[in-house]
Design a protein around this ligand. Structure first.
Ligand code: G4P
Length: 284
């Protein structure tokens, strides 16, 4: 199987930027893709975000398998992080972000009140590409906040947006690369669509996807492509090609099968799927 490694390592620069912005905020929202809550979280963050409350937003929750989401929720809770399932497209739980933030920051709110300080809470949002950071920001922003220049002590180039009367969010998300230290992580990212398909070893990714589905979601997989059983990937290519008209002059159009399989997989046509398996990735 190919070793997938797509991103350049500008880790130190990202780390520095995130660390600098951390000083300005009371809370960090880390966005993960609920279908890959492990692979879409760069473990570097465990070191970087210290002494700040963290709310892990499981975005795209409506695409993920709820049973697995529960396990991953516990995984992050056990690390001392708060969690919330959201879906920026359907709007699911998006209106809870502000309330949960205020609950988490109740001690800060109390302290400010006791000191007679009337300042907004501040949050930043970070995550790997494609987890939905921009979609979330667009969904929760009330109106453009005034220029940061109005806030003493805040670097001029940073822009803040209001997500409620009393919470401001740094409007440029912190982007960091995922960390590929396991083949499964690369495959979860690839299957989810987090990485552009044209730079992927797409046959390997789809074969991995077939095997994965036959292991964890066989019913939906068989039903969709009318298998009575799964024998191997050659059979899967052939059956899907036959069913979906991807055979020309007796030849399977593998590219077309790959495309339609990935489309089905990413658009809930094979049901709600979580690519990261807790029991496989976390030693118990
Ligand atoms: P980013 O800022 O973290 O890089 O992510 P962005 O908001 O650009 O979202 C990446 C893709 O994920 C977008 O699809 C977006 O519509 C989709 N997305 C974001 N949040 C959700 C969600 O809660 N549920 C679902 N189902 N999809 C979500 P796109 O623009 O169509 O890009 P692509 O899919 O063509 O790559």
């Amino acid at each position: 199987m190919a070793n997938i490694q797509w991103f350049p390592g500008h880790m130190q620069k990202t780390k520095r930027e995130i660390t600098e912005n951390l000083k300005l905020v009371n809370i960090v929202y880390v966005v993960v893709d609920a279908r890959l809550p492990y692979s879409s979280f760069n473990p570097m963050l465990f070191d970087v975000i210290k002494n700040k409350p963290v709310l892990v937003l499981f975005n795209k929750a409506k695409l993920a398998d709820e049973n697995e989401t529960k396990k991953w929720t516990k995984y992050y809770n056990d690390k001392g992080y708060y969690t919330l399932d959201v879906d920026a497209i359907t709007g699911y739980n998006m209106n809870k972000i502000v309330g949960v933030t205020k609950e988490i920051l109740a001690p800060v709110i109390e302290k400010n009140k006791a000191r007679g300080i009337n300042i907004n809470l501040r949050a930043m949002i970070i995550g790997i590409p494609n987890v939905g950071k921009s979609t979330i920001i667009n969904k929760i922003v009330k109106k453009k906040a005034t220029n940061v220049g109005d806030k003493p002590g805040v670097t001029k180039s940073l822009q803040w947006v209001k997500i409620s009367n009393d919470i401001d969010l740094l409007d440029t998300p912190g982007v960091l690369w995922p960390k590929f230290d396991d083949e499964k992580i690369g495959m979860s990212l690839a299957l989810s669509g987090a990485i552009k398909d044209d730079i992927l070893p797409i046959d390997d990714v789809c074969i991995y996807g077939f095997e994965f589905l036959s292991k964890y979601y066989s019913r939906a997989f068989y039903e969709r492509y009318k298998f009575s059983e799964y024998i191997d990937f050659n059979q899967a290519y052939y059956d899907i090609a036959k069913l979906r008209g991807c055979i020309k002059n007796n030849e399977i159009d593998y590219e077309k099968v790959n495309r339609l399989f990935l489309h089905d997989l990413r658009n809930e046509l094979l049901g709600r799927i979580t690519f990261d398996r807790y029991d496989e990735l976390v030693s118990i």
